[in-house]
Write a protein that binds this ligand. Structure first.
Ligand code: FES
Length: 1009
């Protein structure tokens, strides 16, 4: 049928079939700003404006849009500089999103901007509450919504012709504590108290050289923000290839079964089907899908396709067809005869001798202490000091058991890959991955290709959070391209993300702690039973981190501080559930829920101040990381001193920001202080039944790691251009975090140029140097150090050539600043002049630099996490009103991107605390299969977020940095749990903290009282 559509003000006649959605038609026409997030429009990534109102384009037929005006992000502005053509530049909302740091991965950004545009056209002076309501239909997994809300308020102000108020938008270097900014009354006449203040660098402890930095430490705009604000075709699926096929996967309906036979004849005969592959059609190569360095520290227990399925959602067959619809019909035509086997659905059953064996394939390859005959993917036994003696020396022993759930990374962009042969018969894999170089190395044997015949391209990524540290679907598309010789696109649906992707390891954790009455910890023990699901990807390393980074924080005091007694044992077991894997925090959030709840209980039981008790026993600078003497992810341990610990300062700053002293022991505050969440239009002290709400405040202290020492390696290369600008090539993988930007800032600082003079290209295995990928909080630290080395090499050549041009005897006396090389007497020569001299005029050479870096240390960042809650004593509902996080992440290279990381991380962690959980029925089928039943935080449900950076200068890095990306995942759940305890006296041992659990805890407390 032919449709007449008005798109962005232009009439278009479009050929389409009646069942095509508006989303499909717009994407086909090249409007790449419209994104796929899920099948039901629940992410809102597919939002467009229809007659000025936001609609989900995937949820309506294209024919329904006939006669209406459709607007996509492409209708807004464009880059202001278009050569000789005069452009009106970007729209004010796009501009505000860029300047406020509202764009991280940028996948949700076009939809958020369109929703904002619709709001501001109706309501030029919205309240913060109205802004949050307006964008609540667009889910963002990166930002925590704070900066998008600030951006929209800022854009509203600009569109009204006002100069943005001093409190409107992001505040840097406040030099004081949280400010509320009262904006002018809205047209509705309500006062508009803006609660979106972000505190950064309220107290900065900087090395002297940092004072003079011009680019490092500044809130520079993200390098990719401009293109993302325009919805440019930057993501994996934003590419058209002639003859491209669509791939689909047939997934197992059974948790554990052997495939007796598969009949694919009808599927193969269906017109439009190009290929159907089963386990019989491809080589049987055992591997691990965990995107890690070689050798992969885990068992090899996976095949691209196997004759056995081990969870509901496991792979059975692959199909490639001319369209998604044909591929789905072909999937339905495949007949499989299964021999259903008994399944293990509870990790507690996995080690029972009578349990079925999940991995009985002869090709299985053990790593370390995995034992497939016992369903054991990994075993960890770490003893530091003499734990039994420590328990004997304790006055009290505290024991308890805790549980943490399986949760999803839920990146708004699902897993997606495009594969094709290039003109040199090399296989190109364009994929949304955190680990492009691992993809290339790991897939080579699986596909029967040498590494040199594979090229992996990583475009922009719509969020990863560890879920894309897995080689999850790249092999599927690659097998189909090999089979058909044609390009293949495979994009997971949201349902597949929940049933056939990866997740955070659920664990049951026992704690046993010996304490003296003065609060000295004499011994601390943790046992974790960790559920890796059907495959052992990341089994050892994730679970190792659970103890390594949470149990290292509290070493004891006095003589125990010198020789801590710590034990961490874990069994990581197979079950017939979807595999666990990497998820931001990498095992550490699982550890801090029990550790920090346990510390709180001990402090209460011994009548100790919870903060002083923790600080008394916490690790201090100059001490050994206790685990470094005993464990290194299955490799040889190497003792390591922790040089910088800003924890005490974090505590002081965080306490002041949340007014701990005014609230913690204040009975009237607990009883009656109104909730002040920005998600609520009005404060409340009673629930709807007139029963009391109770306030509570809680704290947790946490540490993480920065990279894996002696293993993680990053590389960079740099060359100087004719105009004095530089091309920087890095293998580091920016998955929306802003790592391209912060690495470029460090390079710009070394070269004495503004950030705009660094043109950065990241992650293409053909062009950029190797990098292990974006995980383990290593990018700024490791990849950044590699880039600094490359920049220093180039800077050295620039100084040599400048010294010759300026007739200065010693090149070391030349300084680089403001795009100039500067002699000691003040004479200058521009870098552009040096570039022309060296490239064209005399003694020609390409000024360039290369660097690679592997770190001998893993300096931990530290943080104090505070939470303020309101608990409904009748229903058990917990409203988190405020989260304050004070972080020591070393020097902050870019407070705009770093604070975005903290806000987004706290928001994901809040979901872990109160609402996210993946559950299964008695047959192993997932109960949560979409973003309706699996709830992630929306803009109108958020508490107030406050970020404080307490800077230390980490001496192992040229710019003193440590990691920032993962630590916000660690402390929110226990801080909220401790705040609930503070509010109503109920001790929760299991997350998420649902109203049911609080209600039950309250009832059992009343009954036992
Ligand atoms: S910036 Fe919103 S999903 Fe990534």
């Amino acid at each position: 049928m032919k449709l007449s559509l008005v798109i962005n003000g232009t009439d278009q006649i479009v050929d389409c079939v009646p069942s095509e959605s508006l989303f499909e038609v717009l994407r086909r026409l090249g409007y790449h700003g419209v994104k796929f997030g899920d099948e039901h429009g629940l992410t809102g990534a597919d939002t467009v404006l229809l007659d000025g109102r936001p609609v989900n384009s995937a949820s309506m037929l294209a024919c329904q849009a006939q006669g209406h005006h459709i607007a996509t992000i492409e209708a807004l502005g464009e880059h202001p500089h278009q050569g000789w053509r005069v452009s009106e530049g970007l729209h004010q909302i796009q501009q505000a999103f860029i300047e406020s740091g509202a764009i991280q991965c940028g996948y949700c950004t076009p939809a958020q901007i369109l929703a904002a545009k619709s709001l501001l056209e109706k309501q030029p002076s919205p309240t913060e509450y109205e802004v949050r309501e307006a964008i609540s239909g667009v889910l963002c997994r990166c930002t925590g919504y704070l900066k998008p809300v600030q951006a929209i308020l800022r854009a509203a102000s600009a569109l009204r012709g006002e100069t943005p108020l001093s409190g409107d938008g992001v505040q840097w270097d406040l030099g004081g504590w949280g400010r509320e900014t009262t904006l002018p009354p809205s047209t509705a006449g309500e006062p508009t108290t803006q609660l979106t203040g972000t505190l950064t660098r309220p107290k900065v402890i900087l090395a002297p050289q940092a004072q003079a930095w011009k680019v490092v430490g500044k809130p520079e705009k993200k390098l990719d923000a401009t293109k993302l604000a325009q919805g440019k075709p930057a993501f994996t699926a934003d590419i058209e290839k002639q003859g491209m096929l669509i791939a689909k996967v047939l997934h197992s309906p059974y948790a554990h079964a052997r495939i007796r036979s598969i009949d694919v004849s009808r599927a193969r005969a269906l017109p439009g089907v190009a290929s159907v592959l089963t386990w019989k059609d491809i080589p049987r190569v055992v591997w691990s899908t965990a995107g890690q360095s070689d050798p992969i520290p885990g068992p090899l227990d996976t095949f691209s396709l196997d004759n056995k399925v081990r969870f509901v959602g496991d792979r059975v067959a692959f199909v490639a067809a001319e369209s998604a619809e044909i591929a789905e019909r072909a999937i339905a035509l495949i007949k499989v005869n299964y021999e259903v086997l008994p399944a293990i659905l509870d990790s507690a059953d996995a080690l029972e001798p009578s349990s079925p064996r999940i991995h009985d394939e002869p090709e299985y390859v053990d790593f370390a202490d995995s034992d497939a005959s016992r369903n054991l993917a990994a075993q960890i036994r770490i003893d530091i000091g003499d734990v039994e003696r420590g328990f004997k020396e304790a006055d009290e022993i505290f024991e308890a058991e805790y549980q943490v759930p399986k949760v999803q990374q839920a990146a708004i962009e699902p897993h997606v890959v495009v594969t094709y042969w290039d003109e040199d018969d090399r296989l190109v894999i364009r994929t949304s991955t955190q680990v492009p170089f691992h993809v290339r190395r790991m897939l080579a044997p699986v596909l029967g290709l040498p590494v040199k015949r594979i090229r992996v391209i990583k475009p922009r990524i719509g969020g990863g959070f560890g879920g894309k540290q897995e080689v999850l679907i790249e092999d599927v598309a690659a097998h189909l391209t090999i089979a058909t010789r044609r390009p293949v696109l495979l994009e997971y649906t949201r349902d597949e993300e929940f049933t056939a992707s990866r997740s955070r390891h659920p664990m049951r954790i026992k704690m046993k702690t010996g304490v003296r009455r003065d609060g000295t910890i004499t011994a601390n023990e943790m046992y974790a039973l960790s559920d890796t699901g059907a495959y052992g990807c990341h089994a050892l390393t994730v679970t190792g981190n659970t103890g390594h980074k949470s149990m290292a924080l509290y070493v004891g005091d006095g003589e125990y501080r010198k020789a801590p007694n710590i034990r961490f044992y874990a069994d990581v077991v197979y079950t017939n559930t979807p595999p666990s894997g990497a998820y931001r925090g990498y095992g550490v959030p699982q550890g801090y829920w029990p550790v920090e709840r346990h510390m709180e209980k001990i402090a209460k039981a011994l009548n100790l101040d919870p903060i002083e008790f923790r600080l008394k026993n916490a690790l201090r600078s100059g001490e050994y990381h206790p685990f470094s003497t005993a464990w290194n992810e299955g490799r040889e341990p190497r003792p390591e001193i922790v040089h910088t610990v800003g924890l005490e300062e974090c505590v002081q700053q965080g306490k002041a920001a949340i007014d701990w002293d005014g609230k913690y022991s204040n009975a009237s505050w607990h009883a009656g202080a109104p909730s002040r969440s920005p998600a609520q239009p009005a404060p409340r002290v009673m629930n709807s039944l007139g029963q009391p709400l109770r306030k509570g405040i809680g704290v947790a202290m946490v540490m993480q790691g920065t990279a894996i020492p002696y293993l993680d390696m990053g590389g960079a290369s740099l060359k100087m251009n004719d105009d004095g600008s530089f091309n920087l090539l890095i293998g580091a993988t920016d998955l929306g975090t802003g790592s391209d930007t912060v690495i470029s800032q460090m390079v710009a600082e070394v070269l004495g140029v503004p950030l705009e003079d660094i043109i950065t290209y990241s992650s293409d295995t053909d062009f950029t140097p190797f990098d292990k990928g974006a995980y383990a909080s290593s990018t700024t630290y490791v990849s950044g150090a590699a880039a600094v080395k490359a920049a220093e090499q180039a800077a050295e050549r620039i100084r040599v050539r400048a010294a010759r041009m300026l007739e200065v005897a010693d090149p070391a006396l030349i300084k680089l600043a403001d795009r100039n090389a500067i002699a000691p007497d003040g004479r200058t020569v521009a870098l552009a002049e040096i570039a022309l001299e060296t490239l064209h005029r005399s003694d020609q050479e390409q000024i360039m630099g290369i660097g690679s870096y592997v770190s001998p240390s893993s300096p931990p960042p530290f943080a104090a996490q505070f939470a303020e809650v309101t608990v409904d004593t009748e229903t058990g509902q917990v409203l988190v009103d405020r989260l304050v996080m004070a972080v020591d992440s070393g020097v902050i290279v870019n407070p705009l991107t770093a604070s975005g990381q903290i806000e987004g991380g706290m928001t994901q962690a809040l979901g872990y605390a109160i609402c996210e959980e993946m559950r299964y029925d008695e047959a192993g089928r997932a109960l949560e299969r979409d973003l309706d039943r699996y709830h992630i935080m929306r803009a109108n449900e958020m508490p107030e977020l406050t970020t404080i950076f307490v800077e230390t200068f980490e001496p192992t890095h040229p710019f003193g940095v440590k990691a920032v990306a993962e630590i916000p995942m660690d402390g929110v759940a226990p801080a909220v749990g401790n705040a609930v305890r503070d509010a109503v006296g109920a001790d929760l041992d299991v997350i998420p903290i649902t109203p049911e659990k609080v209600w039950m805890a309250l009832r059992s407390k009343y009954h036992s009282a």
